[in-house]
Design a protein around this ligand. Structure first.
Ligand code: TYD
Length: 211
């Protein structure tokens, strides 16, 4: 089986983490080699950039440049080599998060994000870009997400944003889906956890990647 690249998206509090872990186990149980990773992060350098992006105040362009710098290192050092080894790469967030958070949430210029995306995700020798084979989007009302996050832990820079910010982020995700519906599986994350999990499994099974 060839390598696969699956990303997971949603606003903070949408509850993607346990399902990413669960999917990794399900795939490993069927003999697949799984690389579990996240953005920003996934390599020593990208994890340093993550700490800056999540904690230090900065303008939206700086944020966008740092997340794409982290992504470049992550692709080169970890994701592309894992795909060459036919791994399934499960990535907690990818470029849709940049469109949703920096584009939607912060209102940063989408045209600039498209340029950065084209530079960072270019596949050598082709005109194609590296993109996930599937993006699982945990769609949740920002009010419910805020209730779930409340008191859970010390919020980072994004988690501390008001609900209106997350409405724009959620709108950003909706636009990404509209732009590329084939790539997306939209999961109703307001359902009970077991139902959400069944929907995640169904999305992967539907594509023939899990029995
Ligand atoms: P998150 O994935 O929610 O991890 P944790 O569960 O540890 O909090 O945190 C990453 C944060 O970074 C999240 O608030 C979204 C933000 N982010 C961006 O703003 N732009 C990006 O391009 C990416 C990948 C993440």
């Amino acid at each position: 089986m060839p390598g696969l690249f699956i990303s997971f998206e949603g606003i903070d509090g949408a509850g993607k983490s346990t399902h990413i872990e669960g999917l990794a186990q399900a795939l490993r149980a069927q003999g697949r080699h799984v690389t579990l990773t996240r953005e920003p992060g996934g390599t020593p350098l990208a994890e340093k950039l993550r700490a800056l992006v999540l904690n230090d105040p900065m303008d939206a362009m700086t944020e966008a440049l740092l997340v794409f710098a982290a992504r470049r290192d992550h692709l080169q050092q970890l994701i592309e080599p894992a795909l060459v080894r036919d791994n399934v790469v499960l990535c907690d967030r990818f470029t849709d998060a940049t469109y949703a958070y920096q584009g939607g949430g912060r209102g940063f210029d989408l045209a600039v994000l498209r340029v950065l995306e084209a530079w960072v995700q270019a596949l050598p020798g082709t005109t194609a870009l590296r993109q996930p084979d599937l993006t699982v989007w945990f769609d949740l009302d920002p009010v419910i997400a805020a209730q779930r996050l409340a008191g859970a832990r010390v919020p980072d820079k994004f988690e501390a944003q008001p609900v209106e910010f997350f409405r724009r982020v959620a709108q950003g995700y909706a636009e990404r889906l509209a732009h590329d519906p084939q790539r997306f599986a939209r999961i109703d994350a307001a359902q009970v956890r077991e139902k959400v999990w069944q929907d995640v499994l169904a999305a992967v099974r539907q594509r023939g990647w899990l029995a």
